[in-house]
Design a protein around this ligand. Structure first.
Ligand code: ZN
Length: 202
């Protein structure tokens, strides 16, 4: 890596940090020096919080979102509209819609999208879990909020066909969300509009 001029330990820290998404070698070096210069207690807190978060990560037994309990806080909240489920690809997409403060229903996190190129099929996603919910819960509407990428669209089409025979209303969020764009980087106003302008499929 060419980081050896700082010594093995610091070089190792820079190397590990540079593996993080969006962190280039220069930023990794800057972060490494920042961490090294922190008081020892702060460094320990940082390291411990990483380990604890990783160790306590679970998936909500209802919506499959990342959480640290049996059920995530949204599924535990009885004030949420129990009759609406928004289907998203990743837990971070759920967080993006939560930031809009517009949506009061529940979610279902597929943990990905159908991608023949990557060999990801419906069975690799949390679709069976969704169907079990539709059987067990009194759901009035499913909002398909997968990304507007090819994979996201394919997933939405697949799900709408799967859900149609159940007689549950299915809608798709409106265009406006950039194609292939990570929902987490889309601003709240765009997401709110996509949600409000959703199209009824069946
Ligand atoms: Zn949940």
């Amino acid at each position: 890596m060419g980081m050896d001029y700082f010594g093995t330990h610091i070089g190792k820290l820079i190397e590990e940090l540079s593996r993080l998404p969006g962190i280039g070698p220069k930023t990794a070096q800057r972060l490494a020096f920042y961490i090294i210069n922190l008081p020892e207690s702060a460094t320990t807190n940082l390291a411990t919080s990483i380990i604890e978060a990783k160790r306590n990560t679970k998936y909500c037994e209802k919506c499959c979102a990342i959480t640290d309990a049996k059920y995530c806080p949204i599924c535990q909240n009885e004030k949420r509209d129990q009759g609406t489920i928004m289907v998203v690809e990743e837990s971070r997409d759920m967080a993006a819609y939560e930031r809009t403060k517009q949506y009061r229903g529940l979610y279902h996190v597929l943990q990905g999208a159908i991608s023949p190129m990557l060999g990801i099929g419906p069975k690799d996603l949390k679709m069976r879990e969704l169907l079990l919910r539709l059987e067990a819960e009194d759901v009035k509407e499913i909002i398909l909020a997968t990304n507007s990428s090819v994979e996201g669209e394919a997933t939405a089409v697949y799900l709408s066909k799967l859900i149609k025979p159940l007689g549950i209303k299915v809608s798709r969020i409106a265009n406006g969300v950039p194609v292939g764009g990570d929902l987490e980087y889309v601003d709240e106003i765009t997401l709110s509009r996509a949600l409000e302008g959703r199209i009824i499929l069946s």
